[in-house]
Design a protein around this ligand. Structure first.
Ligand SMILES: NC(=O)c1ccc[n+]([C@@H]2O[C@H](COP(=O)([O-])OP(=O)(O)OC[C@H]3O[C@@H](n4cnc5c(N)ncnc54)[C@H](O)[C@@H]3O)[C@@H](O)[C@H]2O)c1
Length: 335
C-alpha cells in the first residue's frame, strides 16, 4: 500500500548484510529511502552494516528467507543467497532452498503487497558457456548434477519462478544477471578470485592460480553494479530483463594476479593448482541490452577499482574495518 505522507519508499533488501546488499542499502539510504535489511548472517556480517546503527531510516531483521516473511514495503530487492563456491557448496541443499524457497517467499510477499521485485540472478545461469560473449537469449550450458548445480540450477529455477509470477499473476519483476563483481566488503575467505589474490598478496603468501591461468573473467566494480541494479528497478514496468550487468573488459587470471601484485607491492610468488570441476574457461557479458534499455555501462576500470578493494582488505587484516565501515565511495555515484 503506498504511504500516505512520505515521498520516500520503504525498500526491503534481502541479503542486505552481504557484500552487494550492504552497498545497495547504503545507496538507497543516500537516496532518502527507508530500508529494511533482512539477512540470516550466514555469509553476511553485522560489520558491513555497523555504520548504519542508529540511522533513522534503517532497520535490520535477522531472518532466513526460506521461511515466509510478513512486512509492509513498496519494493523488494532479493539478494539473499550465498554466492561463492566455498559457501554455496558447504550446504548445497540449503543453497537450492534459499534460491527456490526464498524466491517463492519473496514473490508471495510481492504478490500480497502488489509491489515490484528484483531478483539478483547470476551469469552462472549460462554455466560453462558455448558462446562468447553471453547475450541474454543464450540458454546456457549447465551441468544439473555437478558441484556447482545447487547454485546454478537454483538461480535458474528462481528466474523461472519470477517469470511465471509475472506471466500468470501480472507481478512487476526485474531480473538482473550479475557477472563477477568485486570491491570493499567482499568476504576475505570466500575463495573468490579477487579477494583470494588480494589477501594472499597482502600476506606475501603464494598467489594460487588454477589451471594455466589463461582462463578469463570480467570484473565489475561494486559501485557500477549498484548503479545498474537501481536503474533496473526504476526502469519502465514493461522491461523485466533478464539483463546482464557486468564489466565486459576481459582479463586472464594471470593478468589479474599481476595487476594485484603491482597494486599491493607484494613479493608473493605465483603458483599453479589443478582447475576445479566445471570451472568455466571464459565468461564475459554482452551488455548491449543494459546500455540500450537502462543507459548503463560500467565506468570504473579494473586497475582503479582494485585500489579501494586492496585498501579495504589492508584495513581488515589490520583489524580496523569496523571503524571505517568498508565504504566504497572512492568514486562519485552515477545517479
Ligand atoms: N558478487 C558477485 O560477483 C555476484 C555475481 C552474481 C550474482 N550475485 C548474486 O548477488 C547476491 C549477493 O551476492 P554477494 O556477493 O553480496 O554475496 P554475499 O554472500 O556477500 O551476500 C549474500 C547475503 O545473503 C545472506 N543469506 C544467505 N542465505 C540467506 C537466507 N537463507 N536468508 C537470509 N539471508 C541469507 C548472507 O548472509 C549474505 O549476507 C546473491 O544472490 C548472489 O547470487 C553476486
Amino acid at each position: 500500500m503506498p504511504r500516505l505522507y512520505d515521498s520516500c519508499k520503504r525498500i526491503l533488501v534481502t541479503g542486505g548484510a552481504g557484500f552487494l546488499g550492504s552497498h545497495l542499502v547504503d545507496r538507497l539510504l543516500k537516496q532518502g529511502h527507508e530500508v529494511l535489511c533482512v539477512d540470516n548472517l550466514f555469509t553476511g556480517t553485522k560489520r558491513n552494516i555497523e555504520h548504519l546503527h542508529g540511522h533513522a531510516r534503517f532497520e535490520f531483521m535477522r531472518h532466513d528467507v526460506t521461511f515466509p516473511l510478513f512486512v509492509e514495503v513498496d519494493e523488494i530487492y532479493n539478494l539473499a543467497c550465498r554466492a561463492s563456491p566455498i559457501h554455496y557448496q558447504h550446504d548445497p541443499v540449503q543453497t537450492t532452498k534459499t534460491s527456490v524457497h526464498g524466491a517463492i517467499n519473496m514473490l508471495g510477499l510481492a504478490k500480497r503487497l502488489k509491489c515490484r521485485i528484483l531478483q539478483a540472478s547470476t551469469s552462472e545461469v549460462y554455466g560453462d558457456p558455448a558462446v562468447h560473449p553471453q547475450t541474454e537469449d543464450y540458454w546456457g550450458h549447465v551441468n544439473p548434477i555437478g558441484p556447482r548445480s545447487c547454485y546454478d540450477e537454483g538461480k535458474r529455477c528462481a528466474e523461472t519462478l519470477f517469470f511465471d509470477y509475472h506471466h500468470q499473476l501480472g507481478l512487476e519483476i526485474k531480473v538482473a544477471r550479475i557477472f563477477n563483481t568485486y570491491g570493499p566488503r567482499m568476504h576475505p575467505a570466500d575463495g573468490r578470485v579477487v579477494s583470494n589474490f588480494i589477501v594472499q598478496a597482502l600476506k606475501n603468501a603464494p598467489i594460487t592460480l588454477y589451471g594455466d591461468g589463461e582462463q578469463t573473467r570480467s570484473f565489475c566494480y561494486v559501485d557500477d553494479l549498484i548503479d545498474g541494479l537501481i536503474r533496473l528497478m526504476d526502469s519502465p514496468a514493461a522491461f523485466t530483463g533478464p539483463v546482464n550487468l557486468g564489466n565486459p573488459g576481459e582479463f586472464t587470471m594471470r593478468e589479474l594476479a599481476e595487476l594485484i601484485l603491482a597494486e599491493t607491492g607484494s613479493a608473493s610468488p605465483i603458483v599453479t593448482l589443478p582447475l576445479p570441476q566445471d570451472d568455466p574457461r571464459q565468461r564475459q557479458p554482452d551488455i548491449s541490452l543494459a546500455k540500450a534499455r537502462l543507459g548503463w555501462a560500467p565506468r570504473i576500470a579494473l586497475r582503479e577499482g582494485l585500489k579501494p578493494t586492496a585498501d579495504y582488505f589492508r584495513t581488515l587484516l589490520a583489524g580496523n574495518v569496523a571503524a571505517e565501515g568498508g565504504r566504497s565511495s572512492y568514486f562519485p555515484a552515477q545517479n
